[in-house]
Write a protein that binds this ligand. Structure first.
Ligand SMILES: Nc1nc2c(ncn2[C@@H]2O[C@H](COP(=O)(O)OP(=O)(O)OP(=O)(O)O)[C@@H](O)[C@H]2O)c(=O)[nH]1
Ligand SMILES: [Mg+2]
Length: 323
């Protein structure tokens, strides 16, 4: 299944039902007063965050969502029924933006969170409300008001505490698979990972954090080369970044600079997050002395295969998360 993390849809709330013009009619009761009921309110379009969902695929499939109109009022002071709400379920982490104003209407951060995004129109008043001493037979009622219509852009930004950043084939998915129960695809070729994977890393007795493995970055990623750029947005919300650089890279500091540059060009904020640099797969080159990096970043040589320094990595991540 294709990973869909952007969707454009139109939502339309229900129109209010019209108020009713009616007069009380009863045998032996002359000139009954106005008894036209009010129209019901239109249904709202409501968004509901659901932790079981992981893509916007199903939402994008449909372009337009409409809530039910309110029913018209009726005689005998009967109000019209309210229109049913239309509820759109989205994954946790979905941002809802109004395409016309560019304003963010909601950020669906918690499972079960619900937000009215398009409000149904109010029902119109029936003529029962309009009798006055000078007009006891009001032959008019108010029409219902139209429901709100909005053009929306939905964007899914997965929520993870830690993001893994590295060239393709650096060992990101492998690291996620040994630290968590996640089972991402792993293979010895670049661009194995096509969509972000999340895993829960447990440590201590009951504690955990969420780690995201995103597709590998290559030079020019910020301008759309390779796969990584469309997923960089997912690490915008992480709190700590872990860079992974294969120990077999010919120039590790250069590789590190390239990764930093790509993040900087995409969003300079990414570089203000605490980061840890790992030289990966050191089981394959135990003799190599990793040169110190410029700057003060923690540098940890690791091996997912032999689990070397994985505890140290987790402790460092936790230390940064707690700061
Ligand atoms: N020897 C050894 N091999 C490793 C280690 N970590 C990863 N590998 C191998 O490196 C290759 C790439 O690993 P992946 O985890 O798929 O790399 P990735 O960074 O997720 O790659 P993309 O998804 O393409 O960006 C696989 O063949 C892994 O088995 C390690 O610690 N030691
Ligand atoms: Mg991968």
């Amino acid at each position: 299944m294709k990973f869909v993390d952007l969707a454009q849809i139109e939502v339309e709330a229900g129109n209010g039902g019209n108020g009713c013009v009616s007069f009380h009619r009863e045998k032996f009761v002359p000139k009954g007063g106005p008894d036209g009921g009010d129209g019901g309110n239109g249904g709202n379009v409501v968004f509901l965050a659901n932790a079981q969902l992981h893509t916007l695929q199903d939402i994008r499939y449909r372009k337009k969502y409409k809530a039910e109109n309110g029913h018209s009022g009726e005689g005998n002071n009967c109000s019209g029924k309210k229109g049913h709400d239309t509820v759109i379920q989205v994954p946790v982490g979905t941002l809802i933006r109004d395409r016309e104003t560019d304003l963010i209407l909601a950020d669906m951060l918690e499972d079960g969170q619900d937000v009215v995004i398009a409000k149904g129109g109010n029902g119109g008043w029936g003529n029962q409300h309009f009798a006055t001493p000078t007009n006891r037979v009001p032959r008019f009622a108010k029409p219902g008001l139209p429901g709100e219509i909005r053009q929306l852009e939905l964007e899914l930004k997965i929520l993870a505490d830690v993001g893994l950043v590295g060239l393709p084939n650096a060992g990101k998915s492998t690291l996620l698979s040994v630290l968590s129960a996640a089972r991402p695809k792993i293979a010895n070729y670049p661009f194995t990972t096509l969509v972000p994977n999340l895993g829960i890393v447990r440590y201590g007795d009951y504690r955990s954090f969420v780690m995201a493995d995103i597709p590998g970055l290559i030079e020019g990623a910020h301008s759309g080369k390779g796969l990584g750029v469309q997923f960089l947005r997912h690490i915008q919300r992480t709190r700590v970044l872990v860079f992974l650089i294969d120990v077999n890279e010919t120039d590790i500091p250069l590789c590190y600079e390239m990764l930093k540059k790509e993040l900087m060009l995409y969003d300079p904020e990414l570089l203000s997050k605490p980061r840890i640099v790992c030289v990966s797969k050191i089981d394959t080159a135990p003799e190599i002395e990793v040169p110190p990096l410029p700057g003060k970043e923690a540098l940890i040589p690791i091996s997912s295969a032999s689990r070397k320094n994985l505890d140290k990595l987790i402790n460092t991540i936790v230390k940064y998360l707690q700061e």
